[in-house]
Design a protein around this ligand. Structure first.
Ligand code: AMP
Length: 190
């Protein structure tokens, strides 16, 4: 099974992706986690993208597309994967289509987790208090991340809607309820 989880920062994509990973043996591919690992390892790429993440801007499509192409080709993705944080632009979505087409693979679903913007500030502040490792989990940068989401990422939803692939879930419900909705979209019951 190959899925995309979409939604603004703080929507709960990571939480739901981790659950799907544990339950169904799919690999969670979080491009944000991959980039943070590059930064932590002080790799050349990490040094190049550190300021971009800290400002809540997007890393270039070329870098991200290459990163996902390399990652999805690894053996641990054979059973399927959940894309968490990719694609974030229409160009990335188009590149993903080409990539999957060349690999003779299909996407099973694109699930958008919809949330009220006001709730996102609270969630991200909570995450900052609990985790505190992310330079971008603060109100100022969050404003920009939401703006970037609206301008550059939200236009992907009509793209998948036109293909008849887009499903939406109400991310204001509890984690368990959101999980149950996702399961029913995927045709699995728990
Ligand atoms: P996330 O953990 O998904 O919220 O991502 C954290 C940050 O990593 C984003 O604010 C971007 O700076 C960068 N990032 C993650 N995924 C992508 C992507 N697909 N395209 C561009 N930038 C990305």
């Amino acid at each position: 099974m190959r899925l995309i989880l979409m939604g603004p920062p703080g929507a709960g994509k990571g939480t739901q992706a981790k659950r799907l990973e544990d339950l169904y043996g799919l690999k969670q591919l979080s491009t944000g986690d991959m980039l943070r690992a590059e930064i932590a390892s002080k790799s050349e790429l990490g040094q190049r993208v550190e300021g971009i993440l800290a400002a809540g801007e997007l890393v270039s499509d070329d870098i991200m597309i290459e990163m996902i192409a390399n990652r999805t080709a690894k053996p641990d993705c054979e059973k399927g994967f959940i894309l968490d944080g990719f694609p974030r632009t229409v160009a990335q979505a188009e590149a993903l289509d080409d990539m999957l087409h060349n690999m003779k693979l299909d996407l099973d679903a694109v699930i958008e987790i919809q949330v009220d913007e006001n709730a996102l500030y609270d969630r991200v502040q909570k995450r900052a208090a609990e985790d505190g490792t992310r330079a971008d989990d603060n109100v100022e940068v969050m404003k920009n991340r939401l703006e970037v989401y609206r301008k550059q990422t939200a236009p992907i939803t009509p793209y998948y809607k036109a293909k008849g692939m887009l499903k939406t879930v109400n991310g204001m419900e509890s984690i368990d309820d959101v999980a149950a909705k996702i399961d029913s979209i995927l045709g699995v019951s728990t």
